[in-house]
Write a protein that binds this ligand. Structure first.
Ligand SMILES: [Zn+2]
Length: 76
């Protein structure tokens, strides 16, 4: 059972990455209300541009960083 859960999580992450790469300027209302939003939002480190879950990111002045060190270094 947990095997299917893992596959689902992997798919959600893959879709999140794919969607981020193919972002549209103004997306119209979704036609698939059955699909829940991605559980964990992905954010980009303002210093090294690595993508990571928002829950693992360090938020500072409206920007996100992958670690406290990059937070101290600031945006590149
Ligand atoms: Zn970083």
């Amino acid at each position: 059972m947990s095997k299917y859960l893992l596959v689902t999580v992997v798919l959600l992450v893959a879709v999140a990455i794919w969607r981020h790469k193919h972002q549209r300027p103004a997306a119209p209302a979704r036609r698939t209300p059955a699909t829940p939003p991605t559980p964990v939002a992905m954010v980009r480190c303002a210093h090294c541009a690595v993508h990571l879950p928002q829950t693992d990111a360090v938020a500072h002045h409206g920007r996100y960083y992958c670690c406290a060190q990059h937070c101290a270094l600031g945006p590149r």
